[in-house]
Design a protein around this ligand. Structure first.
Ligand code: ADP
Length: 151
C-alpha cells in the first residue's frame, strides 16, 4: 500500500491544502495529514480545532487520516512505516525552501518527497494570509473549506 504523509501546521486548513490532499488521494492509497506540534510556535487555532477542521473537510474521504506528531518528520514517517512525504509547491520561494528540506530528509532517511504544483486558483493562498485576514475582520471564507469557521 502506498501511503504519503502530508505534514504542516494547518493553522488553519486552506483551500490550497485541500486541493493538494484531494489530488494526493488520486496518487496514493492513503494520505496521512500530519499536524506538526512545535512547542515554541504560537498558533491561532488550537490543535483540537485544526484537527477537527481537517477531519470534517474529509469526512467522506476514507483514504484521508489525520494525526498529530512531534519531532522530525522523517522519524515519524519511519515510526509509522511511511515511505513518501507529500508537499505542495506554490512559487519559486516554496521550491527553494522545500528543496533544502527534501535533500536533508533524504540524507536522514530513505524517504522520497513528492511535490504537487498548486492549482492556479489556490496558489496565492497561505495560512498566514488567512490569519491576517481573520485578525483584521476580513472575509476569509473564500480562502478556506466551508467547514473552517472562526467561532
Ligand atoms: P508549514 O507552514 O508548517 O510548512 P503549512 O500548513 O503552511 O505548513 O503547509 C503545509 C503544506 O501545504 C506545504 O507543503 C505547503 O507547501 C502546502 N501548501 C500551503 N499552502 C498551499 C497552497 N495554497 N497550495 C498548495 N499547497 C499549499
Amino acid at each position: 500500500m502506498k501511503r504519503a504523509l502530508f505534514p504542516g501546521s494547518f493553522d488553519p486548513l486552506t483551500l490550497g491544502h485541500y486541493d493538494i490532499i484531494k489530488r494526493g488521494v488520486t496518487l496514493f492509497d492513503e494520505i496521512i495529514v500530519a499536524i506538526g506540534v512545535n512547542a515554541d510556535k504560537k498558533y491561532m487555532f488550537s490543535l483540537e480545532e485544526r484537527k477537527k477542521f481537517i477531519e470534517e473537510a474529509f469526512a467522506n474521504e476514507p483514504k484521508v487520516k489525520v494525526v498529530v506528531y512531534k519531532g522530525l518528520t522523517v522519524n515519524f514517517c519511519q515510526e509509522i512505516g511511511i515511505e513518501f512525504i507529500l508537499r505542495g509547491l506554490r512559487n519559486p520561494a516554496d521550491f527553494e525552501f522545500e528543496k533544502a528540506i527534501a535533500h536533508t530528509n533524504r540524507d536522514l532517511a530513505p524517504i522520497e518527497t513528492v511535490f504537487l504544483l498548486t492549482s492556479a486558483d489556490t496558489s496565492y493562498i497561505a495560512s498566514s494570509i488567512v490569519r491576517d485576514v481573520i485578525r483584521n475582520d476580513g472575509d476569509y471564507t473564500k480562502l478556506v473549506p466551508d467547514n473552517v469557521r472562526v467561532k
